[in-house]
Design a protein around this ligand. Structure first.
Ligand SMILES: Cc1ncc(COP(=O)(O)O)c(C=O)c1O
Length: 368
């Protein structure tokens, strides 16, 4: 049996580069609470991503929760069912009501043409996801938000380093959230960030992620603990030096996959979009069962037999999970495109040190 190929494999920065920073942390014994490496990583990430203000977090779910708190969102929020479940859970934990709308077939992103029909007097915000790192139609979404006075929070967990027309996609909307989970393109083991547009909002976010403390004796809002510690911030500083190289290696793998799979009957691959610098975070393919001759699930099982552990991201739709499926907007008849994507998608292994031999094994199993 061949060795298993997992769908992703975490990047680890060279240990030798990390050790001096760990020794420094051990010596100074400043472990968390806005320490030196935390401050350095906030600066380094703001520069790298070219975003105005960025706050580090302990994971990528907490910034979603804090963004909703910071913008005082408690009503209906128009969102996508085609994402990782944390996107919707964050709404629920804030007492907001998710209103699912359909997505676009080409990108998997929330379809701006469906937003207006879902707006009610209770709508307060839009929460789109740049799924697989494909940028949403941010200008169209913003125009609708402006027309109806809605806030926009982007879940940019997949979009680290993605640019559209030369600007970071994470500058779009009122806020954007990132995840630095172990399986993401750039990781801090667990970690995340919240991007905002002005200093006053960053201050509010930083209060919210530290229990609402303004100083030793004053608590100015009911905050939570969302802080990142010094060890992970130091790890993140070293890892950031390798982010560009990681993205380039993934790009090469995506090109190989596309070259061999785009012409296979019954397989659709996602191509680069005009004006977009992609990050190649995932490599989804979509199976048309009639043309491919076996179903998506049969392919998934076949790959498993070959020890290729592909994953069906994002199946089932979030709207099909038990906490959400009784919502009116969760009716599959309201979400035909998202349903079709969820039923046909399979994400092939994608990580930077995927070997030539492994790529060949995967291509042969899928195309052969
Ligand atoms: C789209 C999306 N949103 C949110 C999250 C949550 O991030 P985390 O796992 O860092 O909490 C993830 C991934 O894990 C994700 O893929």
């Amino acid at each position: 049996m061949n060795e298993p190929i997992t769908v992703s494999r975490p990047f680890l920065p060279p240990l030798a580069e990390l050790l001096p920073l760990l020794e420094d942390i051990w010596q100074r014994r400043w472990l968390t609470n806005n320490g030196r490496y935390h401050q350095e990583l906030e600066r380094a990430l703001s520069d790298y991503l070219r975003v105005p203000f960025l706050s580090l977090f302990t994971n990528g779910t907490m910034p979603l929760m804090v963004a909703l708190q910071a913008l005082r969102i408690t009503g209906e929020v128009i969102t996508t069912p085609y994402s990782f479940v944390a996107t919707t859970h964050a709404l629920w934990w804030n007492g907001a009501v998710p209103v699912f709308i359909d997505v676009e077939e080409a990108t998997g992103n929330l379809d701006p043409a469906k937003i207006e029909a879902a707006i009610t007097p209770r709508t307060q915000a839009i929460l789109p996801v740049h799924v697989y790192g494909n940028p949403c139609r941010t200008a169209e979404i913003q125009a609708i938000a402006d027309k109806y006075g809605l806030k926009v929070i982007y879940d940019a967990a997949h979009a680290f380093g993605v640019e559209k027309d030369g600007a970071s996609v994470s500058t779009a909307g009122d806020m954007a959230t990132l995840s630095f989970h172990a399986t993401k393109i750039y990781n801090t083991l667990e970690g995340g960030a919240l991007i905002c547009q002005d200093e006053a909002t960053k201050k509010r976010i930083d209060f919210l992620k530290n229990f609402g403390f303004a100083n030793e004796t004053e608590v100015v809002m009911p905050g939570i603990n969302g802080k990142m510690d010094e060890v992970r911030a130091a790890y993140g500083l070293i890892g950031l030096k390798y982010a560009d190289a990681s993205i380039e290696k993934r790009r090469q793998i995506a090109l190989r996959y596309r070259e061999h799979l785009r012409d296979v009957r019954g397989i659709r691959v996602m191509e680069d979009l005009d004006g977009v610098k992609h990050n190649y975070a995932y490599f989804p393919i979509f199976i048309d069962e009639a043309a491919y001759r076996i179903s998506r699930d049969a392919l998934y099982e076949k790959l498993k037999e070959h020890n290729i552990l592909a994953r069906r991201y994002f199946y089932p739709l979030i709207s099909m999970f038990s906490p959400y499926r009784s919502l009116d907007s969760a009716n599959p008849a309201n979400l035909p495109v998202a349903t079709q994507l969820a039923d046909s998608v399979i994400c092939l292994p994608m990580f930077e040190d995927l070997t030539e031999k492994q790529i060949e094994r995967i291509i042969t199993a899928v195309a052969g």
